[in-house]
Design a protein around this ligand. Structure first.
Ligand SMILES: Cc1ncc(COP(=O)(O)O)c(C=O)c1O
Length: 400
């Protein structure tokens, strides 16, 4: 029997081969490798897709977060609130802007920031001092919140935006895994798109993302024209006009070939997203009788997830991965070590037990194969593997 990969990146590229080759040929024929109409064209199309006024193409999702923070004036002396259950790029970007990440635990059902925990942190662990909100632990001024729309499902933005408004904090969406994810705002009584709700939002086009480049790429969306202009300057060595540098910036531009590739793929994204959503629906159905040991993803009525990842929870996670691996089924863990327990952040002085939900979740999650072309037959094999394992481990014996 054929193996079932965790992610199939080859098939969609082979399907688009001719269109992608044309992008390369066009760039070679004009030697237009940096900037130009393919970058501005992609920016306009992606802004529209996200229902945002502006899009600034950059070199990666990490650049996107970092440039947004810097343009918004976040830097030394600032604390930025996020979750320990995310990819380290979220906190790298905070640190590299000069600020310091502080953590709030996640909600056990959705794996995204817990809005009640966020409010508790701001009310109980911070204190107002001369109009500034000070994190008591670090003595730093709390200036922003970064909800991460993990696995392709938005955080619950209404209460986050509400508490941010109350405490005068900026909100930046880490939308790196959530291209096109929808959120129903009960407050505004309308569906909103990931990337249109905060002051700015960061997207990654790393090849494995729902919209992926053939290399590194990222983008920032925002409705704030002035912020967009600052981010354009920061991505291009701090210049608006060649060799007139208003600030020190970065070499962080989106290149024209990647932009051209992203334009081709953006046209396919709605269809790919529908494929992921259909695959998630099938998993839900196939695994509905997997028993109490297996927890499936929860999609609240206010969310329409785009299933960048399909993550289940089971106590004997490592054994399940081995069991599936023995049948040629690829799996992953996103993410095995919470950020507050990473060696890189030892200096922050966090300890085991500080964020118990994140810690529990990190021990038990496993990501099943998920990509647009995943077939019903492949999913039946994955589900059968999960169910055989769950049944065997619920009984006394070891799984077959
Ligand atoms: C949640 C999250 N934030 C940030 C990033 C950083 O994106 P990139 O790898 O494009 O720098 C990623 C992806 O890798 C991510 O998954």
């Amino acid at each position: 029997m054929d193996n079932i990969p965790f992610l199939d990146l080859v098939t969609p590229h082979m399907e688009l081969r001719d269109e992608l080759v044309k992008v390369f040929e066009g760039a070679l024929a004009t030697a237009g490798f940096i900037g130009g109409p393919s970058v501005s064209g992609f920016e306009a199309e992606f802004a529209e897709y996200c229902q945002a006024k502006h899009c600034v193409g950059v070199g990666s999702g990490t650049d996107a977060l970092r440039f947004a923070f810097m343009a918004a004036g976040i830097g030394p002396g600032d604390a930025v609130v996020t979750v320990p259950h995310t990819f380290i790029a979220t906190t790298e970007a905070i640190s590299q802007s000069g600020a310091r990440p502080v953590f709030v635990d996640i909600d056990e059902a959705t794996y995204n920031i817990d809005p009640a925990g966020l409010r508790r942190y701001l009310e109980e662990k911070c204190q107002e001092n001369s109009g500034r909100l000070i994190d008591q632990r670090t003595g730093l001024r709390v200036s922003a919140i970064v909800p991460v729309h993990l696995y392709g499902q938005t955080a619950d933005m209404d209460p986050i935006l509400e508490v941010a408004g109350e405490f005068g904090l900026q909100v930046f969406e880490d939308s790196c895994q959530a291209h096109g994810a929808q959120y129903f705002s009960r407050k505004e009584n309308r569906w909103r798109t990931a990337g249109s709700m905060g002051r700015a939002a960061a997207f990654s086009f790393y090849p494995g993302k729902n919209l992926g480049a053939c290399g590194e790429a990222g983008a920032i969306t925002t409705d704030d024209e002035e912020l967009a202009q600052k981010m354009r300057m920061i991505r291009d060595h701090g210049q608006r006009q060649k060799y007139y540098h208003q600030v020190e910036g970065y070499n962080g531009r989106l290149d024209s070939i990647q932009a051209g590739i992203l334009r081709v793929k953006l046209r396919r994204l709605p269809e790919w997203t529908a494929g992921r959503q259909e695959a998630a629906r099938r998993y839900r159905e196939l695994l509905s009788d997997a028993g109490p040991a297996v927890t499936l993803p929860v999609e609240p009525e206010w969310a329409r997830a785009v299933y960048h990842l399909y993550v289940i929870r089971i106590a004997e996670r490592d054994q399940l991965m081995k069991h599936l691996g023995a049948s040629g089924i690829g799996t992953g863990i996103h993410y095995p070590i919470p950020l507050h327990l990473q060696d890189a952040y030892r200096e922050f002085g966090y300890a085991e037990g500080d964020f118990p939900v994140t810690e529990r979740v990190a021990r038990e999650i496993v990501s099943l194969p998920m990509f647009p072309g995943l077939t019903a037959e492949q999913q039946e094999r994955v589900a059968a593997g999960v169910k055989t394992f769950a049944a065997a481990s619920a009984g006394a014996g070891s799984p077959a």
